[in-house]
Design a binder for this molecule. Structure first.
Ligand code: PLP
Length: 223
C-alpha cells in the first residue's frame, strides 16, 4: 500500500476533533514528501538531530512535533521551530524550554507526559508528581511555554482491556488537572494518546491527537 493510501484510510475514520501526527522517525525525506503531497502537514520525530536535519531540508510549512525523550542540553536546537513538544517529563526540561523559547521570541506549546503503562521503561510523571509540580510553580512566570495538555503511551500488549484502562486513566488525569489548575485556560485542551496499534481505543477514550507511524509509513527497520 502507498503512503497516500494509508493516510487517506486513517483520516477517513478520524473524528474532526482528532489531529493526526504522522510519526516519521527513521523515515526518509522522500517518504515524508509523499505524505506531504497527500496533504499531511503535522509530523512527529523523537530524535533531536534527525528532526533538525529534516526541518532544514523539508518545506517550511510543516508543523514539527517532538515526541521523544528530550534532554535539556538539546532544547536549544529545536526551540526556533518546533511546533509542539509532547514529552515534557520534568520541571527542569520545562524550564529549559521556556528559557530557550524566550531567547528566540517564541511561545512553545508543551504537553506533560504521563507514565500510564505497566512497563518500567516509559518516561513520564505520575498523577501525584504532576500535581506537586503544578502546585509548586507559578505557570505565569513561564511566559514562553504553554501547557497544552497531556500525553501518554499504553502498554505494548494485545490486552485491549488493559489499554482501555490506561487511556481512561490519562483522560481522568487530564480532567482533574483541567479542573484544578487550568479551569478557564483554553490552551490546556490536548490529550495525545494512540499509536498504530491502539489509536482507535485511544479515540474512544477521548484522544485529541494520535501519533501514528508504521501504519502510515510501513514498519521501521530495527537497528
Ligand atoms: C514511534 C512512536 C509513535 C508511533 O508508533 P507506531 O507504532 O509506529 O505508530 C508514537 N509515539 C511515540 C512517542 C513514538 O516514539
Amino acid at each position: 500500500m502507498t503512503i497516500e493510501y494509508n493516510l487517506v484510510k486513517i483520516k477517513s475514520a478520524l473524528p474532526v476533533s482528532v489531529q493526526l501526527v504522522a510519526v516519521s522517525k527513521t523515515k526518509s525525506n522522500e517518504d515524508i514528501m509523499e505524505a506531504y503531497r497527500a496533504g499531511q502537514r503535522i509530523f512527529g520525530e523523537n530524535k533531536v538531530q534527525e528532526l533538525v536535519r529534516k526541518w532544514e531540508s523539508l518545506p517550511k510549512d510543516i508543523e514539527w512535533h517532538f515526541i521523544g525523550h528530550l534532554q535539556s542540553n538539546k532544547v536549544r536546537m529545536i526551540a526556533p521551530f518546533v511546533a509542539m513538544i509532547h514529552s515534557v517529563d520534568s520541571f527542569k526540561v520545562l524550564k529549559t524550554i521556556n528559557d530557550e523559547a524566550k531567547l528566540v521570541y517564541r511561545v512553545i506549546p508543551c504537553l506533560l507526559q504521563f507514565h500510564i503503562a505497566e512497563e518500567e521503561s516509559k518516561f513520564g510523571f505520575s498523577h501525584e508528581e504532576a500535581i506537586q509540580l503544578l502546585s509548586s510553580i507559578k505557570l505565569t512566570e513561564l511566559e514562553n511555554v504553554t501547557i497544552a495538555g497531556v500525553m501518554g503511551m499504553a502498554t505494548f500488549t494485545q490486552d485491549t482491556t488493559l489499554i482501555n484502562k490506561e487511556f481512561s486513566t490519562l483522560k481522568e488525569i487530564f480532567q482533574t488537572l483541567k479542573e484544578v489548575f487550568f479551569s478557564g485556560n483554553a490552551n490546556f485542551r490536548e490529550i495525545s494518546m494512540g499509536m498504530s496499534d491502539d489509536y482507535l481505543i485511544a479515540i474512544e477514550n477521548g484522544s485529541t491527537m494520535i501519533r501514528v507511524g508504521s501504519t502510515i509509513f510501513g514498519e521501521r527497520c530495527h537497528i
